[in-house]
Write a new protein. Structure first.
Ligand SMILES: Nc1ncnc2c1ncn2[C@@H]1O[C@H](COP(=O)(O)OP(=O)(O)O)[C@@H](O)[C@H]1O
Ligand SMILES: [Mg+2]
Length: 369
């Protein structure tokens, strides 16, 4: 980014400004520290001098023996050195308190989304999903991201979510996984309010392929297996085949053992999307969510992938977020979102019959194609 905007000069200046500030603080710290210990040394020096001077006077006046003075003098020495150490302790303590303050500010962060007291496990999920008057306002924002969302999806049905970016499509599916809780309203899966279901149980039944796939440092096999640690190597390969990424993996010298992520090779957006898809498919979820999951693929791979995806989607509930009407049109239910509201709903034919946003998008994309 910096190179492409030719901003090296600006960034170097920024860096030097930060570095200069850092050096200034280090100097200040050293100055204060040294002043403090010089002060402590001076006090101990002066103290010792006073003891010796007064002691010498007493010895001379024969009020005290030389032995007592020397004994007292060495005791004072023993007393002063811990005192000097104590003044240095303060510096160390202050530094530690700053560090601990930061650590505790993270540890003290309240976890708002957690299991309710009587949370239950869902052993089997058919995949009926209902949203009942769901409103969502993100913390720190004053606009509702979702407004009065209502719909019912029977098990095995495919729902397409379309609408401009920022309409609330990703927010809607994130609520299903309880990544956030709705501000108002309820979400039901097979009639169970998801607030009363154990989080691990809820999430094990839902496969999410996020808009921006995030992979972990490790091998390709480890990444795919993240969905289900007990999967067999054959299951991993099958998931990769379905996600149309197996051939690519086999073209790599180390195949499934190739390191990816921070310390390994980097993948293209489309390759990441397909790995994330393999990860989600491995868990064989009752509810599958594809958040713009094929947007980074070339047209040919995308068509091939959708042929297999349609087969996989046939016997489970699916939410498909997409920009392409050609992808959305085959769904049994299409929800058109705009500014957090469902503005149109129905099948492709029903929505085309109306002259709304959906029909306009359809015509725009048809003329573009
Ligand atoms: N984690 C978040 N915190 C605050 N605001 C968010 C967050 N995620 C999304 N939003 C806001 O909510 C609105 C809907 O976003 P999103 O659901 O991502 O839309 P879409 O997926 O349709 O593009 C946007 O205005 C966005 O800025
Ligand atoms: Mg989105």
């Amino acid at each position: 980014m910096i190179k492409s905007f030719a901003q090296e000069h600006f960034e170097i200046k920024q860096f030097f400004r930060k570095a200069a500030e850092f050096i200034r603080l280090i100097m200040k710290n050293a100055l204060l520290n040294n002043t403090l210990s010089a002060f402590a040394t001076m006090i101990s020096g002066v103290g010792t001098a006073v003891v010796l001077w007064y002691g010498a006077l007493q010895v001379k006046a024969e009020n005290m023996s030389l032995g007592s003075l020397l004994y007292f003098y060495s005791s004072v020495g023993v007393l002063f050195s811990p005192l000097i150490t104590l003044t240095n302790m303060n510096v160390i303590t202050q530094r530690l308190l700053t560090v601990l303050g930061r650590v505790f500010s993270i540890l003290d962060e309240e976890v708002t989304i957690k299991d309710s007291e009587n949370a239950v496990d869902l052993a089997e999920v058919n995949g009926a999903v209902s949203f009942r008057h769901v409103w969502l306002k993100y913390e720190g924002s004053d606009e509702y991201a979702l407004k009065d969302i209502n719909f019912d999806v029977p098990p095995g049905c495919t729902v397409s979510l379309v609408g401009p970016s920022g309409a609330g499509k990703s927010s809607l599916v994130n609520l299903l996984l309880r990544l956030y809780d709705p501000t108002e309203g309820d979400i039901l899966i097979d009639g169970h309010n998801i607030k009363d279901v154990k989080l691990t149980s809820l999430r094990s039944h839902i496969g999410l392929v996020p808009q921006e796939a995030i992979l972990f440092s490790g091998t390709i096999a480890q990444n795919i297996r993240y969905g289900r640690f007990d999967a067999t190597p054959q299951q991993v390969i099958n998931a990769a085949k379905t996600a149309e990424i197996h051939d690519f993996i086999c073209s790599l010298p180390e195949k499934y053992e190739t390191q990816i992520g921070e310390r390994g090779m980097s993948l293209s957006g489309g390759q990441k999307q397909r790995l994330a898809l393999a990860m989600a498919l491995l868990t064989d979820p009752a509810i599958l969510i594809l958040d713009d999951s094929t947007s980074a693929l070339d047209a040919e791979t995308e068509t091939r992938l959708w042929a297999t995806l349609n087969r996989i989607m046939a016997n489970r509930t699916c939410f498909v977020i997409t920009h392409r009407i050609s992808t959305a049109m085959s769904a049994q239910l299409i929800l058109v979102l705009d500014k957090g509201r469902i503005v149109e709903r129905g099948t492709h034919e029903e929505l085309i019959a109306r002259s709304g946003i959906y029909r306009r998008l359809f015509e725009q994309q048809r003329t573009a194609a």
